[in-house]
Design a binder for this molecule. Structure first.
Ligand code: C2E
Ligand code: CA
Ligand code: CA
Length: 658
């Protein structure tokens, strides 16, 4: 770098926003002091030079004082507050020139007074210039350029003037000032370097702090926001709910919590892929957001589940109305690139009660959502007294089931499956019963869904299977037993391996079949298939239970390794009066025939139903007409009596043809 360039750079305002702003801030605090020294000292000098003309004694100092006042006001406006980089730059740049201008002007004015005084006044001029310049340079210590400029503009004329004055005392004074000013400038430049370094390290620290803050904000966001929908997540919901409950508790105010679950969302992912599934979820979040009031808090709890905290009206009618609007908003189709998706959502609302915690309140909303999914799919339910009674029973049941000795408390019954073509019972469906020492006899329609919800079901399946295997060993070899599998069994590799192990340990030939439902296999088709194939390899047969009730899709029938389809009893119940049921049954019978699998009818209670089914081509029958679920002892009686009893019975109904 050339010397000129270095010189220019020395006096220029540095190209460093943090430093410039820090310099401006530091100097703004010294401005009144510096101009104060300058003006008071100048006033004193003017006062001691009584013989000087008015121009020098009054007018010039007044003019210079005015210039100083303008500068003081300019700086005053920014005193002590952070200013913009641009303004700080402007002020600092002008300060160098002002320093030069005032330095030269005051020096010239002071020296011009020299001829109008005696030795004391002349000494005063020298003293004034020396002491005032040291004071000003000291005040300018944060501005290297301006400080140097003042030093030069005073020391050069001072030295030139007094060394040529012919007076030894003044010559000594000039040398003194030169040396002191050089020392002062050295100290000042060192200070300036330290000051710049301090500002730089403070800026770096602030930068690091800002970066740490940004990372911590980002972490907080990631930990509390669901990335897909941008909604608060489960953790954020729990915290927010507890905070709101704490705040309303004292005010005797109520809030409400709602849970909204998309029904069969998994099939959207299965059919259209996860990207489309994600888009649907984002759109669902949009639809909820559009409907919510400003005070409503919306969160995404998990895959297909959302939750709301409502602070407005919480009476049952208001909540039901909100629920109806919310579930209705999910029904219009979702138009996406890959196709049109139709969805429904079930929702449960619960209002807060005094003393509620986030957990107890959410528990009620959660429960009523579960009820909605089972009883009012696609709609909303509000937690009522009925649900409160049920929930307390469910909780007692949960506890009893959790602590149950399954081997002792679970027993199994057998319901015959009668083959019309072979004219005999070919097997029995195994049905679980729970006799709890605390609750007494509990119906499977109550405890099976509960066990599925709490994850106990696999233990129950294995208990039932163990018991069924023991009974099958005592039954005549021509009879098979069919055991129900739950969705949880099918979706858990461990559970399916345990089941296969039990069947395998029982030895060959295998006489255990399994019943599965469509809803169960829908969860994960590939995984279900794999588990079923392993059972098939052991000699078990697989029946598709409750056919026609779920999301019957012929693809399931084709994709799964099925041996039979069990037509749900709702169709059988209507077979005598409803042409649609009859048509569905006929189609199903034909489908089974084409696929080479058998078709079982469930829930046959009357001879008219049996008659109608026989007319449609049904062969395997199950229902109260053929036998209610019975104990093992009764099974043996049933087998023994079957030939005599049933054949006589049939002969009476159908004559010799049966
Ligand atoms: P499911 O598998 O469809 O079993 C048939 C149900 O229909 C049985 O009820 C049976 O008693 C009943 N049923 C049979 N014939 C008739 C009839 O003619 N009329 C009427 N009205 N009902 C009839 P249950 O034993 O109460 O079982 C209910 C459900 O509980 C079963 O439906 C099944 O889904 C589940 N379940 C029972 N035992 C087990 C089990 O060991 N494991 C699993 N995962 N689920 C089971
Ligand atoms: Ca079944
Ligand atoms: Ca069934």
């Amino acid at each position: 770098m050339s010397a000129v360039k270095r010189l220019v750079q020395y006096f220029a305002v540095p190209d460093n926003p943090e430093l410039v702003q820090a310099q401006a801030l530091a100097f703004s605090q010294q401005v009144p002091l510096m101009y104060g020294i300058l003006l008071v000292n100048s006033l004193a000098l003017a006062a001691t030079h009584t013989d000087a003309p008015d121009l020098l004694r009054l007018y010039i100092p007044a003019l210079l004082a005015l210039a100083c006042a303008i500068r003081v006001v300019t700086w005053w406006r920014s005193q002590g507050k952070p200013m913009s980089y641009a303004r700080a730059r402007r002020l600092l740049a002008s300060t160098v020139w002002v320093a030069a201008g005032l330095g030269v002007s005051f020096s010239a004015w002071a020296l011009s007074l020299y001829p109008y005084g005696g030795p004391f006044q002349q000494s005063h001029v020298a003293f004034y210039m020396g002491i005032t310049s040291i004071g000003c340079v000291y005040c300018l210590m944060h501005l290297r350029g301006a400080a140097t400029m003042v030093a030069l503009c005073v020391v050069i004329p001072f030295t030139a003037f007094f060394t040529t004055s012919g007076n030894w005392v003044f010559l000594a004074l000039a040398i003194n000032l030169l040396l002191v000013m050089a020392a002062l400038m050295t100290v000042l430049l060192n200070n300036y370097r330290d000051f710049s370094a301090l500002v730089a390290s403070r800026a770096e620290m602030e930068h690091k702090q800002a970066e740490t803050q940004r990372l911590s904000d980002e972490n907080y966001r990631l930990a509390n926001i669901d990335a897909l929908t941008g909604l608060p997540n489960r953790r954020s919901f729990d915290r927010h709910l507890q905070a709101i409950l704490d705040s309303v508790d004292g005010e005797h105010r109520q809030i409400a919590v709602a849970r909204l679950d998309l029904d069969n969302f998994k099939s959207v992912n299965d059919i259209f892929g996860q990207i489309t599934g994600d888009r649907v979820l984002a759109e669902v979040a949009n639809r909820i957001n559009m409907l919510r009031q400003t005070s409503t808090f919306v969160a995404r709890l998990g895959s297909n589940s959302f939750a709301l905290i409502l602070s407005g009206a919480t009476d049952e009618a208001a909540l039901q109305a909100s629920g109806d609007v919310l579930t209705a908003a999910m029904r219009p189709s979702f138009e996406l690139k890959l196709g049109t998706v139709h969805l429904s959502a079930s929702a449960g609302f619960a209002a807060s009660r005094p003393g509620d915690t986030a957990e107890t309140l959410f528990d009620r909303a959660d429960y009523v959502t579960w009820v909605a999914k089972r009883e009012a799919r696609g709609h909303a339910l509000v937690f009522s007294e009925r649900h409160a009674d049920e929930l307390s029973r469910v909780r007692r049941m949960e506890h009893a089931l959790h602590t149950a000795d399954l081997d002792r408390e679970i027993h199994i019954l057998f319901q015959p499956q009668f083959d019309i073509a072979l004219n005999r019972t070919t097997g029995y469906e195994v049905l679980a019963r729970w006799r709890s020492p605390v609750l007494g006899e509990v119906s499977p329609s109550e405890f099976i869904p509960l066990a599925e919800r709490t994850g106990m079901i696999s233990k129950i399946t294995q208990t039932v299977l163990r018991k069924a295997l023991a009974v099958s060993a005592r039954l005549p070899k021509s009879l098979r037993l069919s055991v129900n599998l739950s969705a949880h069994d099918l979706s858990s590799t461990t559970a399916m391996e345990a089941i296969a192990r039990l069947v395998e340990q029982a030895g060959k030939p295998c006489r255990i079949d399994f019943e599965i439902t469509e809803t169960a296999v829908m969860r994960d088709m590939a995984q279900a298939n794999e588990g079923l194939l392993s059972l098939l390899a052991l000699g078990s047969r697989i029946a598709l239970d409750d056919f026609g009730t779920g999301h019957s899709s012929l693809t399931h029938v084709q994709k799964l390794p099925l041996d039979r389809i069990k037509v749900d009893r709702s169709f059988v119940a209507e077979v005598t009066d409803d042409p649609t049921s009859r048509a569905i049954i006929k189609t199903t019978v034909d489908l089974c025939r084409n696929l080479g699998i058998s078709c079982v009818f469930e829930g046959i209670e009357t001879e008219q139903q049996l008659d109608a089914l026989l007319g449609l081509g049904g062969t395997v029958m199950q229902g109260y007409l053929f036998g209610r679920p019975m104990s093992e002892d009764k099974v043996f009686e049933h087998i023994a009596g079957e030939n005599k009893g049933w054949q006589q019975h049939r002969r009476q109904i159908f004559g010799a043809a049966g």
